[in-house]
Design a protein around this ligand. Structure first.
Ligand code: GLN
Length: 191
């Protein structure tokens, strides 16, 4: 069962993807909801708003930190910003599950939202998937132990560190399941 952080943002679309790949889900609003989950999704939305809601609930923050020690966390867009070690906005909470530096809204404003294909590569598996960029962050710096999982026009748009994955755009809004499968069902290796 995978938890979906449901404080704010587009958690519904992640639930659809989990259903599509036959994984059970649980909405996470308090630390008690973290009991018996095998992974967590931090959805897109507004990282500052999510930060404010998290700050009101320190036990939830502690619970997510402990979960991350042995269970995979997947963050998309605002979720990636929260998972990064550092971002360009001091109002944002950084869980630091991914040793990267992100900059908020670096792909432009809402009106600059766009759909595109990104190139995913995991070991010998290569696949293009359709995603939406909506006020997406850029990954400006990647430190040691962080793998590049996807690129768009040679820019890194998804990374993995250990079990955790962060992606700057939204595959879930276009019904793409690959990133969720990689995160929660293991690596895709093509012989
Ligand atoms: N720009 C938003 C933020 O900084 C993220 C946008 C999104 O999640 N689609 O939090």
């Amino acid at each position: 069962m995978i938890g979906v952080l449901a404080l704010q943002g587009n958690f519904d679309s992640h639930i659809k993807i989990l259903k599509k790949i036959n994984l059970k889900h649980k909405l996470v609003k308090t630390s008690n909801d973290l009991i018996s989950i095998n992974g967590l999704i931090i959805p897109g939305g507004e990282s500052t708003t999510m930060t404010n809601l998290l700050r009101k609930n320190p036990s939830l923050v502690d619970g997510i930190n402990s979960l991350a020690k042995n269970k995979p966390i997947l963050g998309s867009c605002a979720g990636l910003i929260l998972m990064s070690k550092e971002s360009n906005d001091s109002r944002v909470h950084n869980f630091a599950f991914l040793d990267v530096i992100t900059s908020r809204n670096a792909y432009g404003r809402q009106v600059h939202s766009f759909e595109s294909r990104i190139n995913v590569k995991d070991g010998s598996m290569k696949s293009d998937i359709e995603v939406l960029f909506i006020r997406a962050p850029k990954i400006d710096k990647i430190n040691n132990d962080v793998e590049v999982l996807a690129t768009y026009k040679e820019e890194v748009v998804a990374v993995r560190q250990g079990k955790h994955i962060g992606i700057s755009c939204h595959p879930e809004l276009l019904n793409e399941t690959l990133i969720h499968e990689i995160c929660f069902k293991g690596k895709h290796e093509v012989s």
